[in-house]
Design a protein around this ligand. Structure first.
Ligand SMILES: Cc1ncc(COP(=O)(O)O)c(C=O)c1O
Length: 344
């Protein structure tokens, strides 16, 4: 598959820079020039890349983001606000960007009740979604969540269709799912893909997409939150990541590792969630051996995988974790603390 942005960067000729960035070096970190296109109104390589990304993700339009999923969340909330959404149903455990977007844009949050079990927020039930949606104009779910569980997307789609209200999905942790029926884009009107988290994009690389109904509104909104100095290395990496092939070998190895490590039986292969007896001691033991997890919330260590995870590194993790004592987290244990996370 053609990598439009990377190939443009590779084909660059040396030139004298009387333009930003200030380092004045040749290389991939260029700005918007006649041959490199312009992200606000793309007509060249960026348009080709966005078209390919939209086709792969099943969107009417997709927008490359170099400002993380946060920018995508703000864009979705703003597009819905412009479309008349005043109250947004949001599960209690959502990322702060959802809270901040609603606060900044004057959209009222209607909380969707989420139970917690053994220190893990449970994705909202159909009843909880309906109760909140009855008093709101739209629904914004997170799927998968940070703990590797999928929202009830089919039910959410049905509910939103019944009430003729839009469904948005924060898929900051789910861009690797576009090969599967669990993918947010199969159900949502607007959705975010955090390609830098579970696909091989540079940090901050993300995509926000919409179906035909919401594409124009999203386009008007995204320009308000995106930087006007987009990073070409990040944009090239986003295109590369979305076009990255599925790695079923590591998906199977991850499921096996979960069984071997006594991990939680979550749905998402990229998130291995292990309840160690002493998460602090387990984290230190692993770090001393050069192994770093994604988070330690006091109940669980979570190990984040991607199609680029190496089988031998996963085996090393399983081997090291074997001798670390596990624990049962109590049914009523509160959700642990993850920096920058909390209840909306
Ligand atoms: C569920 C969720 N949504 C949105 C974000 C924001 O993503 P980013 O850090 O790419 O801006 C995060 C980041 O951790 C997240 O976990």
């Amino acid at each position: 598959m053609t990598l439009h942005i990377a190939e443009m960067l590779r084909a660059q000729k040396r030139h004298i820079s009387f333009h930003t960035p200030g380092h004045k070096r040749a290389g991939a970190d260029i700005t918007e020039l006649p041959y490199s296109d312009c992200l606000v109104s793309p007509k060249g390589v960026l348009a080709a890349a966005e078209r390919d990304v939209a086709r792969i993700l099943g969107a009417a339009r997709s927008f490359l983001l170099t400002d993380g999923s946060t920018c995508g969340v703000f864009s979705m909330v703003d597009a819905m606000r412009a479309g008349g959404v005043k109250k947004l149903a949001v599960p209690a455990f959502s990322h702060p960007s959802v809270l901040h977007a609603c606060g900044a844009l004057g959209v009222e949050i209607v909380p969707v009740v989420q139970e917690t079990v053994r220190g893990i927020p449970v994705q909202p039930s159909a009843e909880a979604m309906k109760t909140a949606l009855d008093g709101a104009d739209a629904l914004l779910l997170t799927s998968p969540d940070y703990y590797g569980f999928f929202a009830l997307l089919e039910e959410a789609r049905r509910l939103c269709d019944e009430q003729k209200k839009p469904l948005a999905v924060d898929g900051a942790h789910g861009s690797h799912l576009h090969f599967t029926e669990h993918y947010a884009g199969k159900y949502a009107d607007l959705w975010v893909d955090g390609v830098h988290k579970s696909l091989p994009a540079l940090t901050q690389g993300a995509v926000v997409s919409a179906n035909a109904t919401w594409a124009d509104a999203l386009q008007s909104s995204v320009v308000k939150f995106r930087t006007t100095s987009p990073s070409y290395p990040i944009m090239a990496s986003v295109e590369y990541a979305v076009k990255f092939p599925r790695n079923e070998e590591i998906e199977l190895a991850a499921e096996e590792a979960k069984r071997d490590m006594g991990a939680e039986n979550n749905a998402d292969w990229t998130k291995i969630l292990v309840p160690f007896a002493d998460t602090g001691a387990a984290e230190r033991f692993l770090e001393e051996r050069g192994v770093y997890p994604e988070f330690n919330d006091g109940n669980y260590l979570m190990f984040y995988l991607s199609p680029c995870t190496k089988a031998r590194e996963l085996k090393k993790l399983v081997r090291l974790a074997k001798d670390l004592p596990r624990a049962e987290v109590a049914e009523d244990a509160p959700v642990g603390a993850i920096p920058m996370y909390g209840e909306v």
